[in-house]
Design a protein around this ligand. Structure first.
Ligand code: SAH
Length: 220
């Protein structure tokens, strides 16, 4: 784990959050340690501070949300990240999921559609001393071709179906973790590519904000 610029109180609260996720069934010790290391309070708005270490999703600007810590941990565990990996995240939002991944892998590339959110996420990551996350603005349903293929891809917004460009940018044998469904309810799935064959494994039901883009939902 990398050493972050964090207060003792934040460290204590993040540790308690990690312990609560362990009781809920998260098993991967490295993931739990990442949850215990990253101060979620730095990723949630000022008026939500008292809730920062509760296991709930919290509202972000522009009608978006910071995901529930349990879902962040579950998705990270499902990716099965390795220390030398480069991971692509679609839906950077607050930057919290990217910060968790930054503790576990060599490089994280995150794509966020809303420029204002991308800029703030970048500032937060920088202020914590996290230097291995690149934040880009764009339509993540197209993936991020310049650095492809990836050792894992995580999508933190709800897709109507699997976006083809993401399948093409995933290394064989590695995982794409993504919520797929309608606007109100989705199934979190883990997809593994074996050549041209896709293995899909359901993880749980969930509810994310919409993935808006060419291979996602149309803009309204
Ligand atoms: N991982 C984030 C969760 C953010 S919510 C976190 O830890 O805070 C989902 C995000 O996906 C929103 O910020 C939304 O703007 C973004 N999003 C939606 N469609 C997108 C697209 N096509 N490309 C990139 N980001 C997208």
């Amino acid at each position: 784990m990398r050493d972050l610029h964090v207060s003792d109180t934040a460290r204590q609260e993040a540790l308690q959050l990690a312990e609560s996720l362990r009781r809920k069934g998260i098993r991967d010790e490295r993931v739990l340690q990442a949850i215990a290391t990253v101060p979620r309070e730095r990723f949630v708005p000022a008026d939500e501070q008292t809730m920062a270490y509760q296991d709930i999703a919290l509202p972000l600007k522009c009608g978006q949300t910071v995901s529930q810590p349990y879902i962040v941990a579950l998705m990270t565990e499902a990716l099965a990240p390795r220390p030398t990996d480069t991971i692509l995240e679609i839906g950077g939002g607050s930057g919290y999921q990217a910060a968790i991944l930054s503790q576990l892998v060599d490089r994280v590339i995150t794509v966020e559609r809303i420029p204002e959110l991308a800029e703030e996420a970048e500032q937060r990551l920088r202020s914590l001393g996290i230097g291995n996350v690149e934040v880009h603005v764009g339509d993540g349903t197209l993936g991020w071709p310049p650095e492809a293929p990836y050792d894992g891809i995580i999508v933190t917004a709800a897709a109507p179906k699997l976006p083809q460009p993401l399948l093409e940018q995933l290394k064989p044998g590695r995982h794409l973790v993504i919520p797929v469904g309608d606007e109100w309810l989705q199934r979190l799935v883990r997809v593994r590519r074996d050549g041209d064959i896709l293995h899909e494994e359901p993880l749980c039901d969930c509810r994310f904000v919409k993935l808006v883009g060419r291979y996602g939902w149309p803009e309204t």
